[in-house]
Design a protein around this ligand. Sequence first.
Ligand code: SIN
Ligand code: MN
Length: 218
Amino acid sequence: MSAVEVVPLAPGAFHLPGYLSPPEQRRVAAIVQALADGPAGFYRPRVRGGGFMHCDMLCLGRHWNARTYTYERQRSDHDGCPAPPLPPELARQAVEAAARVGFALDPDICLVNRYGDDGRMGLHQDKDEDASTLDAGVPVVSLSLGDTGRFLFGGFRRRESTTAIDLRSGDAFVMGGASRLRYHGVARILRGSAPPDIELPGRISLTFRQYALEAHEP
Ligand code: SIN
Ligand code: MN
């Protein structure tokens, strides 16, 4: 395995700057673009309070319903289309990033977020996966592409202070173990910061998750 920079932030939380090489970033971008052009592309989720999120989403493997905060097979809060399958080539990148920092991950979900210039995401915990995954600290792995996102890494209560970490194109971030339920969010997107050869507009993040420890139907 080639050398990978690993920045530990807290027990179970790691930033891997430049994890994907430029050719790997272009490959992941091409897969995302093909999915975006497919029968179930990006859409703007509306949350339970009625407002719209500040990013577009495309869920793979299982759909995350923004009204109910649950996973389901069909996009019932949008167009009823089945969630497209998670491409094994994408899943493999997440498995390898997790392994670099000592975690086992068998992802069956990837939420792809697309942020424009005014994109952001409020502080939240990723806690809609099965309790078996949350209890075991099975990590969420993110990959970033395109413009830099200013990621906020917090504590276990919303009001705890946060650390800002710039996630650049190609970076991976792993949050598992004792950090699995930390609050986090995206404060802003640094417009025009993408490498010139990434043809996707704005910032794309891919967050990979394992719904349950054992194979599990909805
Ligand atoms: C998320 O927390 O769901 C997305 C984080 C990111 O875009 O990096
Ligand atoms: Mn999250």
